[in-house]
Design a protein around this ligand. Structure first.
Ligand code: GRF
Length: 208
């Protein structure tokens, strides 16, 4: 079993997708050991409690800078003997030492088809506002490995949805969460925990 932590900051709908997949028996090689939130009172913490998963809060406000915050996060992960990490709506960029420690062992879900609408400043609802403003006909979500650069790690999985005439950013965000993020993230975690993902020259190979 791979000992996994899920890092969250807010609502935790992606965490819930992972919890539900686990309950359905779709993550046999994954042990959800910890939910680590950057914010007290995040609804994701209630989701963890209902599912009986231990949780901790580590707020960036309590640390002088990004590096000190990252060290604190790594210390908590070490304490729980975490082998792989899922960033699920986690809203803080960690320092390179995180990506080094969890190289090809940390997943992130981004609500766009990387390399579109990604990188610094592209997060939350803004991503969908940019997509609609650009007039693209499809958008979607990407699950990728975390590297030191924002949203730039090897791509594991992507799923697209049509953009409809009267879409608002909120409607598009919800469609991408429901039809892309909540499907891709548990599936990628299952593949990772089953040892079915390899990375060669920055490209991901999946043994289906
Ligand atoms: C989601 O759109 C996710 O793609 C982004 O943060 C948003 C909220 O995620 N990273 P969650 O509901 O907290 O999982």
């Amino acid at each position: 079993m791979m000992r996994v932590a899920v890092l969250v900051s807010g609502g935790g709908s992606n965490l819930q997708a992972i919890l539900d997949a686990k309950a359905r028996g779709e993550l046999p090689q994954t042990e959800l050991c910890l939910v680590l939130s950057s914010a007290h009172g995040a609804y994701a913490l209630e989701r963890a409690e209902k599912a009986g998963v231990p949780s901790e809060v580590c707020s960036p406000k309590d640390y002088a800078d990004r590096s000190a915050y990252t060290d604190a996060i790594l210390e908590i992960l070490q304490k729980h003997r975490i082998e792989a990490v899922v960033l699920a709506g986690f809203m803080f960029m960690l320092s390179p030492q995180f990506a080094e420690k969890y190289e090809n062992r940390a997943l992130n879900v981004h609500p766009a088809l990387i390399p579109s609408f990604c990188g610094p400043g592209y997060y939350g609802l803004k991503v969908h506002e940019y997509a609609l403003a650009a007039g693209v006909k499809v958008s979607g979500a990407t699950v990728h490995f975390v590297t030191a650069e924002t949203d730039a790690g090897p791509i594991i999985a992507q799923k697209a949805v049509e953009i409809l005439e009267d879409d608002t950013p909120e409607v598009l965000q919800r469609r991408i969460m429901e039809q892309c993020e909540w499907i891709l993230l548990p599936r990628a975690l299952a593949l990772l925990s089953e040892g079915k993902i390899t990375v060669e020259n920055g490209r991901v190979h999946i043994d289906n």
